[in-house]
Write a protein that binds this ligand. Structure first.
Ligand code: C5P
Length: 207
């Protein structure tokens, strides 16, 4: 039995007390992966951005909002885990400062400065040692090329490529890449997809 850290869902990056930047991630894939890992007999700690989903039964769940909160929670948990599935759609940028009061309407245009968020999976993978790290890539063009680049640059063992149509969908498919092999999983429901993905990865890793 191994202990898996899973990130899931979107992040919210505050602009002011009532507004945020976010994305269309539903969290369904990450939550389905938690269920599949638990069914396969493993322990799961889920660090989740805001979703409408029920927490997976028998997982330790830490709810967060921003990428910085997700990073802090993951950094604390990583030392106790054997593997990481980074499924969250983490916002690449956040407003350089969240305003303390609601931003007022101005005349025509409003500019908001954004600064880069830390890459959580890359940061944790830098200290992975023999541990397993799996990432996801959602690409709208040149999927295989971008996924393979991310596999290398983020120091991942596997990367799972999906298309923008996967966001919020119940039926989906993935192409999974390791350094030297490629697998096609689905199309099928996200529950079946997660079960088959977990099988492929566990059969082809040391966990
Ligand atoms: O570079 P891109 O955002 O496409 O990479 C996607 C992968 O990296 C996913 O596994 C996602 O969870 C992870 N990621 C992250 N922290 C970020 C951005 C992406 O962990 N700030």
């Amino acid at each position: 039995m191994a202990r898996f850290l899973v990130t899931a869902g979107p992040t919210r990056e505050a602009l002011d007390p009532v507004r945020y930047l976010s994305n269309r991630s539903s969290g369904k894939m990450g939550y389905a992966i938690c269920d599949a890992l638990i069914t396969a007999g493993h322990e799961v700690v889920l660090v989740s951005g805001p979703t409408a989903l029920e927490s997976p039964a028998n997982a330790d769940v830490l709810q967060v909002e921003s990428a910085q909160e997700m990073h802090e929670a993951c950094a604390r948990q990583w030392q106790y885990c054997d593997a990481l599935f980074a499924v969250a759609a983490v916002s690449d940028y956040r407003p350089s400062a969240a305003q303390s009061q609601k931003i007022k309407r101005v005349n025509d245009a409003l500019s908001i400065e954004l600064v880069a968020n830390l890459d959580i999976v890359k940061d944790l993978a830098a200290t992975k040692g023999e541990r397993l790290v799996v990432g996801f890539a959602l690409e709208s063009e040149n999927g295989e090329q971008h996924a393979r680049q991310k596999l290398e640059s983020k120091n991942l063992d596997f990367i799972c490529l999906n298309a923008p149509q996967a966001q919020g969908a119940d039926v989906s498919e993935l192409t999974v890449f390791s350094r030297d092999t490629k697998w096609q999983v689905g199309p099928c429901t996200k529950a079946t997809l997660a079960t088959e993905l977990v099988e492929v990865i566990l059969e082809n890793s040391n966990v």
